[in-house]
Write a protein that binds this ligand. Sequence first.
Ligand code: GTP
Ligand code: MG
Length: 246
Amino acid sequence: MTNQNLEHTLVLIKPDALKNSLTGYVLSQLSEYHAGLRFAGSKIVNVPRMLAEEHYAEHRAKPFYFSLIDFIRGRDQYPDAPEKRRVIALVYQGVDAVQKVRDIAGPTDPHVARETRPGCVRALGSVVPVKDADGNVIGHRMDNLIHASATVPEAEREIKLWFKPTDIPPLMRPYETVTCDQSYYYQEGQLFTEYAADRTLLVAPGACVWKTDLEVLNAINEGATPAYTLEAVASKYVVNERPEED
Ligand code: GTP
Ligand code: MG
């Protein structure tokens, strides 16, 4: 079988699953034996705000957006223990991988999942009230344990957002890569070609990078309009670099 027959998809084991010791259960449900899926990448991520906001960019205008960002960053589960705020990010490879994982995850709302798809992962999730500073309930949050890419194009966007090519074994890499021929650094929303204190190195000459990421960096450097944001490129490189301040 060649890579052309295979799909790739992003799974996030969210902070509520980690806190409730459901990691092993989720991995079992997604195993090669159950689902015919193979690991292609994995990492433990303390989710920076930039990555959370890029990941959930489509929900920016929704009323639940801010609680969603706090949730995926683990701030709700561990308000006083920032060192415990993590997600496990996974890339799975397999035939029809995107839909298979969506089916194993189940409906977004854990109440709906329990009623309509008992046995799916999200049937073990919960819906919790969100309160304002005075303790008034202002909405609800869906603690639904895992994220799964919704479509093949979304999977490509998300895998490139969370993973560098070198996080994935060469023969399992799903998207085109190129070799970078110059250095790029990131600091506070800006791209630089020269090092200075507090700038994070994104890529150096000789680095293997997603082709589309390098096109974005080159476009920004040349003052052209990039196909996607600098933050979408930078997120995977700033991950786990230093503790977040907020
Ligand atoms: P993800 O795999 O997390 O992306 O979930 P999904 O693809 O099943 O749902 P969607 O992308 O539409 O929503 C992303 C996340 O936003 C969900 O996992 C929920 O936590 C949250 N969410 C979505 N819709 C609602 C809603 O109507 N109300 C609330 N409170 N949260 C929602
Ligand atoms: Mg989604």
